[in-house]
Design a protein around this ligand. Structure first.
Ligand SMILES: [Zn+2]
Length: 313
């Protein structure tokens, strides 16, 4: 039997068929289209699933389950998607609609939870019972695994580390509060901190790298300039690392998993990101003289969305 994973993204929807060894044996994708009615969107997605199954030479009766990773929240019991802003889905009966096209068990979960599960079954946290996954991109996504299963809370709204508040009087967040962790730990935050620093002091490699156009500053710009020991970039980067260390320390204080996995665009900085976090997070841990979680980089990359979704159950 085979499992199929669907990774619903803002620009594209990817579908993959997974075999028992967790290999993607067939993959299809379609551009995201939010301008058509919901039933037609689901029909397109189901069509893509059937075409991926056909690509793997599968008949419908060999599909054990389909899983969907969405940037949003769902009612796992009813298969209703409660909120998925990027897709314009609010209280839509996804499972019911999908089963009109393919009647198999269908599971839905948040994209970061799905990526956490993927790393747990086929990636860097494989074999561990507990792990926390953080993805550092435009925002901060997170997924918690307890006893090998996704823990997204009793009401399905937990595991949102990005909106833990670090500073009551801090930077306004898209959620309406101030000082959320996401405002200090995301790629967007690193860019904001760099722009603020550059406004104070233009004599920095960052400005040379963007030809004096601060709108062109990316997370990578700051990281590359910090690697060159540029003083302004290094100062910004060390403040940013300190924020991430606080995030990791808070995760340890609250959950104390076996492993904390860091993924997303910023994690491409590799050991330049990981080494200072490993050094700094201890000072925010209450029982820092005890054995502490390992901090590791995610290994699955863009395939995590498909593999994790296919493994939902
Ligand atoms: Zn927030």
């Amino acid at each position: 039997m085979f499992h199929i994973g669907i990774d619903v993204g803002g620009t594209g929807i990817k579908v993959g068929v997974i075999d028992d060894s967790l290999n993607i044996i067939s993959e299809k994708s379609i551009p995201t289209c939010t301008s058509i009615p919901f039933p037609e969107q689901v029909e397109r997605i189901a069509g893509c699933v059937l075409s991926a199954a056909e690509g793997a030479g599968l008949t419908r009766d060999r599909i054990a389950s389909v899983g969907v990773g969405i940037p949003g929240i769902a009612n796992l019991a009813t298969g209703e998607i409660i909120k998925c802003t990027n897709m314009g889905w609010f209280h839509v009966p996804f499972r019911e609609e999908f089963r009109k096209h393919l009647d198999v068990p269908l599971f839905i979960d948040d994209a970061a939870n799905v990526a956490a599960l993927a790393e747990r079954v086929a990636g860097v946290s494989a074999g561990t019972a507990s792990s926390v996954f953080i993805t550092i991109g435009t925002g901060i996504g997170s997924g918690i695994i307890v006893n090998g299963k996704i823990w997204n809370g009793f009401h399905g709204i937990g595991g949102e580390i990005g909106h833990v508040i670090l500073d009551l009087d801090g930077v306004p967040c898209s959620c309406g509060n101030h000082g959320c962790l996401e405002r200090y730990c995301s790629a967007t935050a690193l860019i904001r901190m760099a722009r603020e620093a550059v406004a104070e002091n233009q004599n920095t490699l960052i400005m040379k790298m963007v030809s004096n156009d601060i709108t062109k500053i990316e997370a990578r710009t700051v990281i590359d300039a910090a690697k060159e020991n540029d003083p302004v970039a290094s100062e910004v980067y060390s403040r940013y690392i300190d924020c991430l260390a606080q995030a990791v320390g808070s995760i340890v204080n609250l959950i104390d998993p076996e492993v904390i996995v860091i993924g997303g665009g910023v994690s491409k900085a590799g050991s330049f990101l990981l080494d200072p976090i490993r050094r700094e997070f201890r000072k925010y841990v209450l029982y820092s003289d005890q054995p502490l979680p390992e901090i590791k980089l995610a290994v699955l990359g863009s395939e995590a969305g498909i593999i994790g979704a296919a493994m939902l159950s």
